[in-house]
Design a binder for this molecule. Structure first.
Ligand code: ZN
Length: 167
């Protein structure tokens, strides 16, 4: 008797993958996890996540769990010198600032995570390197769902609806 074959949908370009992740710096305690909230939804092949992780997801299916080490160069890049910048305090919308703190700054190029280096009376020195720059990371991934992207999502280059852009 012929049986209907069920083809699991694999993760590839122009598909949407929903997954849980836990990330840690190689050999250390987890820094962040999606486990206590909604899984992350990503349109694959549009540069929406770090390249090393996108590559590791390719070809996987819903229900798969795996761990992957991503070197800094394939994660948030190497830490670069000379990326300090002096920013007027007014750009920090009244937050209480302390050296070492990570804050999100509104720049001409959109929002950017920076690290506070020094707090002055009216200006703040920040390090523009991504807080995870220069770090080799380990991800534990659980693939929740894989689906075809809608044409509109492919045109926009991001996921719409649950876990994505609402507009
Ligand atoms: Zn959109």
């Amino acid at each position: 008797m012929a049986q209907a074959k069920v083809f699991a949908m694999k993760i590839e370009k122009d598909r949407v993958v929903q997954f849980h992740y836990t990330v840690s710096e190689a050999g250390q305690e987890p820094m962040e996890s999606s486990k206590e909230r909604e899984p992350l939804s990503i349109l694959v092949g549009h540069g929406n996540i770090i390249p090393g992780l996108e590559k590791a997801l390719e070809g996987r299916e819903a229900g798969e769990s795996f761990g992957v080490d991503v070197a800094a160069a394939d994660a948030y890049g190497e830490k670069r010198d000379g990326l300090s910048q002096r920013v007027p305090k007014k750009h920090f919308s009244g937050q209480r600032l302390e050296p070492g703190m990570q804050v999100v700054l509104n720049t001409n190029f959109g929002q950017r995570a920076v690290t506070v280096q020094k707090v002055g009376m009216s200006v703040v020195d920040v390090d523009l390197n991504h807080p995870m720059a220069g770090k080799d990371l380990h991800f534990d991934i659980e693939v929740v769902e894989v689906r075809e992207a809608k044409p509109e999502e492919i045109a926009h280059g991001h996921v719409h609806g649950e876990g994505g852009h609402q507009h």
